[in-house]
Ligand binder design. Structure first.
Ligand code: PMP
Length: 360
């Protein structure tokens, strides 16, 4: 069996070592005679798995005291609602920075619950950059300020975050969490669906500052109430136990790789090699401003869009999968999450240069 190089934006490549460990434990977890999938979430075996995963995640991200780490459900999309429900309190509006497709979805959902003020937007430039924090027209009375740390479709990433003072900074880090170290203390809330750098779909990591929980809007479903989830150890109901377990294996793998400094160096290197090839050619083009280019999702177009289909087809024949850009923007997109090795990028670059030589 050969494993392909998988450039999917999500659900995305998982480390082969993690899948091998899961395979070895599939039928019989640590001589218990059953699979993790078949265990009660209240069993001492599963509680140990869950607690270890949380401890490893806290260690990887150097989460300071005073933060809850929650394993929720419903993906980042349900957090688009959970954030206003939990954070509005007495306030009636929140500030949003509009950087593309995912910010737009967060904004649309928040509008169901509050007044959304778009304090900065790169829409007029086709979402090709992150608006400078100095230019944000911030409100003094916002309940929170929301950013999308990495636009998975547009390939635009915040490489640093501003100090938002007393207004909590909330970040959708779905496609960048664990790709590099971050200073968690800068954020009031961080949320991320799992299916990029964390594990399989079905679980959602939420980090929330403890002082921000406990004042949910009146009709907040208990499943979305951060305080309820924190109190129950993210087990208010049956959690997605298998996704949680695999996420735990990914955290262990990340620690064995040397942690997030090492991942950052690899991710910076992988993406910069690919951007250099794109920038050096007249055949490929990346629309994103260089300073704001994502380390995780590299979008590029071909000189002739008529060649898109052939590019994707021939790449697939060469074992390079899922390079087609999102249907909303077209072109190509190579997602280079933690589990995508340097060799995958080398193989992609070789393929791109050969394709260019044949078609330019
Ligand atoms: N935000 C971002 C930045 C994403 O990339 C995605 C998924 N691709 C989402 C939100 C939605 O995540 P989910 O499918 O987990 O709800």
């Amino acid at each position: 069996m050969t494993r392909v190089f998988n450039f999917s934006a999500g659900p995305a490549a998982l480390p082969t070592e993690v899948l091998e460990e899961a395979r070895d434990q599939l039928l019989d977890y640590q001589c218990r005679g059953l699979s993790v999938m078949e265990m009660s979430h209240r069993s001492k075996e599963f509680i140990a798995i869950a607690e270890q995963a949380e401890a490893d995640l806290r260690e990887l991200l150097a989460v300071p005291d005073g933060y809850h780490v929650l394993f929720m459900q419903g993906g980042a999309t349900l957090q688009f609602a959970a954030v206003p429900l939990n954070l509005l309190g007495e306030k009636s509006s929140a500030d949003y920075v509009h950087t593309g497709s995912w910010a737009s979805k967060a904004i649309a959902e928040a509008r169901r619950f509050c007044e959304v003020r778009i304090i900065a937007s790169s829409e007029s430039e086709n979402f090709s950059y992150v608006p400078e924090p100095d230019s944000w027209e911030r409100s003094a009375d916002a309940a929170y300020l929301h950013v999308t740390g990495n636009e998975t479709i547009g390939g635009v990433e915040f490489h640093q975050y501003p100090d938002t003072g007393s207004i909590p900074l909330v970040a959708d880090l779905s496609s960048t969490l664990l790709s590099r170290p971050i200073d968690v203390s800068q954020f009031g809330v961080i949320y991320s669906g799992a299916q990029k750098n964390i594990g399989p779909a079905g679980i959602t990591v939420v980090l929330v500052r403890e002082d921000l929980v406990g004042k949910p809007a009146a009709a907040t479903p208990s499943m979305l109430d951060y305080a309820v989830q924190a109190k129950s150890g993210s087990m208010h109901n049956t959690p997605p136990t298998y996704s949680w377990y695999i996420a735990g294996l990914v955290f262990k793998w990340l620690k064995a790789q040397g942690g997030l400094e090492v991942m950052a160096e690899r991710n910076r290197s992988k993406s910069s090699r690919l951007y250099s090839v794109v920038d050096a050619s007249n055949f490929y083009r990346c629309p994103v401003r260089p300073a704001d280019r994502s380390w995780m999702n590299v979008p590029f177009t071909l000189a002739d869009p008529e060649l898109d289909g052939r590019f994707v087809e021939q790449a697939k024949e060469s074992g390079l999968l899922n390079l087609k850009g999102h249907r909303s923007v077209g072109g190509m997109r190579a997602s280079l999450y933690n589990a995508v090795p340097e060799q995958a990028v080398t193989a992609l670059i070789d393929f791109m240069q050969a394709f260019e030589a044949d078609h330019a």
